[in-house]
Design a protein around this ligand. Structure first.
Ligand code: MN
Length: 234
């Protein structure tokens, strides 16, 4: 668990993302967050707090509540804990340039006695306590697909059968930030990002509603001009 690669990829004088560093051990429940990220490709970043960092997977199609659906997930570099509350715009041309939304957040609990052993084995069962994602899930490491980058392990994210399982297409039915209530386009518009590019990651019906009635545009709830929400409660 190290932030070396995370920091190597970023220029903190340019990007508003946190540098990280507060890696003290915690006694409270571990954080869980899913970012919706309109970078060169739209994807969802699934992150689990573990040992002072956020373990991270990029999920191109986002999570599915349907246990029969396996979502491809590429493991990416560990992120700082503070990233769990990052919502804003990474400047174009920077690593991951584009709009970032806190799509879901909460806590998680492992369903295995030894998380490190489960990660090594490539099968991590966990319970998510988010606003959108709940119940039992599993991450299963797979063999690298032919032609994919081999330096990043590939996994599948799968919902287990339980009361929280559903055929609801959650990424379409619940497209807004759990932190600010905003769509990607609203975040981009208010934080100086590429609104058109961001809007391409929102459901078309939501964008049409905003165009028909621009008064519906959601404002950021904080008074601080910063996109960094680390001092906000809740
Ligand atoms: Mn990302």
């Amino acid at each position: 668990m190290s932030l070396q690669e995370y920091r190597r990829r970023r220029r903190f004088a340019v990007t508003p993302e946190p540098r990280g560093g507060k890696t003290r051990a915690r006694t409270r429940a571990c954080a869980f967050v899913v970012h919706k990220h309109r970078a060169s490709q739209l994807h969802y970043d699934f992150r689990l707090e573990w040992k002072g960092v956020l373990l991270s997977w990029a999920v191109p199609k986002g999570p599915s509540l349907d246990p029969s659906v396996k979502r491809f997930a590429v493991q990416t570099e560990d992120h700082p804990i503070e990233y769990a509350r990052f919502e804003g715009v990474i400047p174009e041309g920077e690593y991951g340039g584009g709009t970032v939304m806190v799509w879901d957040a909460g806590t998680w609990t492992p369903e295995v006695p030894d998380v490190d052993a489960a990660l090594r084995k490539g099968e991590l069962k966990c319970t998510l306590h988010g606003k959108k994602l709940r119940g039992s899930w599993v991450l299963v490491r797979t063999r690298a697909r032919p032609g994919t980058r081999s330096d990043r392990p590939t996994w599948l994210l799968i919902k287990h059968r339980d009361a929280a399982a559903s055929t609801e297409d959650i990424v379409t039915t619940a497209p807004r930030s759990v932190l600010s209530g905003r769509l990607l386009a609203e975040i981009a518009w208010q934080e100086g990002g590429n609104v058109e590019k961001a809007a391409g990651g929102d459901p078309a019906a939501e964008i049409e509603k905003l165009i028909a009635n621009p008064k519906l545009v959601r404002r950021r709830r904080t008074r601080k001009p910063s996109v960094w929400h680390s001092n906000r409660a809740g």
